[in-house]
Ligand binder design. Sequence first.
Ligand SMILES: [Zn+2]
Length: 238
Amino acid sequence: MSRSSLWAQRTIFDVMKEMIRELVSMTEQEWGTYAFSRDPIHKRVSTDLRREMIQSANRCGREEAQKLQKRFGQQDITQLVAALGLNINREDSFGVDNFITFAQFHSPNSITLFMGNVTATQDLILEHDMGEMLQYVDVEQLLTAHEMFHFIEEETPTLYTRTTRIDLWGVGRLRYKSGLICLGEIAAMAFAAEMLHLNYSPYVFDVLLPWSKNEIQSRKLYQDILQFKNVKGEEKNG
Ligand SMILES: [Zn+2]
């Protein structure tokens, strides 16, 4: 490798680290607004209600993590997987159509992790010297914690993310209500952050996980996400 290409590579590395640094400093409310923007029915929710829902979903995720820690003590994710009777399946490869899938929860109690992406992401963190910035998070445990919340959600019909519904349309007494997918996602991220004691949102991994497979897509997503950073009128609450 020539001196100039080494230099070019190093420059790109630095750019990436700065990008992730930008994301690490984003607040819960900013990430929540991003998550909402991806929900198919988000336009039905006013700005005020959205802010309230983001707070409630985050609280819901954190509270479920605290309940679990109270019930089982401060155990690591692997021990909690066993305590909850969850099955973990690790798959190496995945098809073209679902190559941006990193983990999945299958009812009633199974989690699938796509290890190719987990390993690639861990390598990326090391290569770009982002370990400290990301609090040396274990990507496999992070994905497992996120899916663990979906398991709890499935087991708990009274949970905020399950019971909250918005009116899609209504004629007279006829009402059609729907849940918001993003609430469960926001709560799952808050749950994972609480379980792993992270001081940033695991939503950062929306950009990091697909990076090695599709850098162009990841860079585009990063630009999209930046639009939600420091949005005027959005309160800062961590
Ligand atoms: Zn999820």
